[in-house]
Design a protein around this ligand. Sequence first.
Ligand code: NAP
Ligand code: HSE
Length: 425
Amino acid sequence: MKEVVIGFLGCGNVGGGVWELLKGFAPEIAHRDHVSIRVKRVLVRDVTKARSCSVPPELLTTDPADVLYDPEISLVAEFMGGEQPATEYMLTAMKNGKTVVTANKVAVALNWHRLQAAAQQSRVGLYYEASVCGAIPIISTLMTPLQANRIDKLMGIINGTTNYILSRMYQYGEDYDLVLRDAQKLGLAEPNPASDVEGMDAAYKLSVMASLAFHARVPFKQVYREGITRVTAMDIACGKEMGYVLKLLAIAKRDGSTIEVRVHPTFLPKDHPLSRVDGSFNAVYLHGHACKEMMLQGRGAGDMPTASAVVGDILQAATAEVHVHPTFANTAEPDASLTFTDNWKTRFFIRVSASDAPGVLARVAGCFARENVSIATMMQKDAVEDGRVPLIFITHAAPEQSMQAALRHLEPEICRLESVIRVEA
Ligand code: NAP
Ligand code: HSE
């Protein structure tokens, strides 16, 4: 029986889940894979803190050297979170000949080139399945079975916290703050939930997924990002009435050498496969020239679903004869032959509050016409507030810049812009 000795960096939601999964699953792993896994040390910030998992207190340490420099430890599993010191700890571990398994999308998205170079130099493994979409095997799917595809489109619900919040707001009209608190209690939210609700978490994950899908580094800084903090119950209700469901979508499209990558609240028709993905579930919908449409769905957050991906990586690393890395040039800056565009073409949901007077609708619609933006559907609500009524437009597909130009023509004395939400099909 091969024994693999592991060190943990972190023991919170994910680390605790990994500990419990390894403990409960060890006999099956030993029987099936002839590998016995022993966790030797666990780095935390505070050894006196009460923990819900059953890690023996004598394994806990606050000294990173106990994990990073112990010659008996051959694999380091990182679930501390944040860019630093996690990145430096992982680099040190690999320099010392240890394979790294991580759930940390921030460190991978921002420092992937450094981490991969260190792994290749030391001939060790770097595994990060858990960093994107929790239990869904999207990293390995993009890296292996989908290699024979030119993927041109990928759309995902890749943040469990925001999907949980938007689903409850859509289904029960519940208040944003209350639902966010519940997501935190469930262990779905990041240590700093601003990263979830501002779309950062999804943007980190999209940077990693799009790079693997397009075989080219898609740096995090190229991802356009809007979170859900400005979404209102009224927008969700109006969209619902018009047959749409609101999701925080991560979208990556490639047309030749032009790439668009964006994360923002998006209305989807209610019969779209992604519209039915609710709660903390994640899903990735993609199109490749050979595989055609495909959707992977599963639990994208939480201790055990994330532990499932981490332990899968640990087993793969422990039994691999060679460690595999992506083959594209993994550099900090993108390949010079690629163009990242912010003038994507999409449909728009526009809500304005307009004076309830003759001719106002024609003047508002005229602003769209001036920029060649065509209106597909329009709804006027009869709720009058301060002499104003809500007007909602859904446009045909138009370039982002034309839409922004049209909105600049709106006349403040007759109408106030309330919301701009992109619509995908
Ligand atoms: P968490 O509950 O806050 O746990 C973080 C752990 O790291 C804690 O044990 C903490 O120690 C330790 N830690 C943090 N900074 C440290 C430092 N400087 N030195 C020593 N120990 C340190 O976070 P989490 O939810 O488990 O998330 C961990 C990672 O997994 C993040 O990268 C996150 O993005 C990723 N992830 C999370 C989920 C999820 O559903 N939560 C899913 C997928 C991926 P103390 O316990 O002493 O405070
Ligand atoms: N906070 C993240 C989410 C955890 O809600 O999806 C998984 O990365």
